[in-house]
Design a protein around this ligand. Structure first.
Ligand SMILES: Cc1cc2nc3c(=O)[nH]c(=O)nc-3n(C[C@H](O)[C@H](O)[C@H](O)COP(=O)(O)O)c2cc1C
Length: 193
């Protein structure tokens, strides 16, 4: 299928995967690199996408966020086993607005909101009891007031400059479509598998 709307195509593939994947379809691997170009990869959950890009949320003091401060470029890869589709996204990264992050944070259950407050993500933890104690402290702190978004937690948006769709085919003759942003639109080429 040759067309010039990779976001529309992503939307269709995402909906197809969401119908059949046993796990949340938004699970994807996020690759970042530090200031020296050393890569690091981990899973995150995609929490939104549209023509502006792909959004995930995290702690701003985490390793990935520190990488992104130093080197605001990232890549994502999705694999949906049930549909045999892989999607790779590459682009530059910016923080989402406070309003957008506040709205998403407010939609999370209380347990997740308190954990976001309690976790110094990616820092060394001496003893799990320290974290338990911090969660208990946050429970108290937010007993009578809303657990709003911590200032050290929020979202990043990857503005894609390349999106590749890969579809599983027999005999490893997989279909690959590379979309590249150029001017104010997208161009699309096929790649050898
Ligand atoms: C399926 C899955 C989804 C995850 N989703 C997120 C996420 O959306 N945000 C996040 O900060 N960490 C998420 N994590 C944890 C990260 O993989 C990672 O351990 C953590 O963010 C710290 O990474 P860092 O030290 O490179 O910053 C997820 C882990 C798994 C296995």
């Amino acid at each position: 299928m040759k067309e010039n709307d990779p976001i529309g195509r992503f939307e269709r593939e995402y909906a197809r995967a969401a119908e059949s994947e046993p796990f949340e379809g938004g699970r994807c691997a996020l690759a970042t690199a530090d200031a020296q170009g050393r890569p690091s990869v981990r899973f995150v959950l995609l929490k939104g996408f549209d023509a502006r890009g792909f959004v995930f949320y995290t702690n701003f003091d985490s390793r990935k966020a520190r990488d992104l401060e130093d080197n605001p470029h990232a890549a994502l890869v999705f694999h949906w086993h049930t549909t045999g589709v892989q999607v790779r996204v590459r682009g530059s990264v910016t923080r989402v607005s406070d309003e957008e992050a506040d709205a998403y944070f407010a939609s999370r259950d209380l347990g997740s909101r308190l954990s976001a407050w309690a976790s110094k993500q990616s820092a060394e933890l001496d003893d799990p009891k320290t974290l338990e104690a911090k969660v208990a402290k946050m429970k108290k702190r937010f007993e009578d007031v809303p657990a709003v978004r911590p200032p050290f937690w929020g979202g990043f948006r990857i503005t894609p400059d390349a999106i590749e769709f890969w579809e599983n085919r027999d005999d490893r003759l997989h279909d690959r479509w590379l979309y590249r942003r150029g001017g104010d639109g997208w161009s699309c080429v096929r790649l050898y598998p």
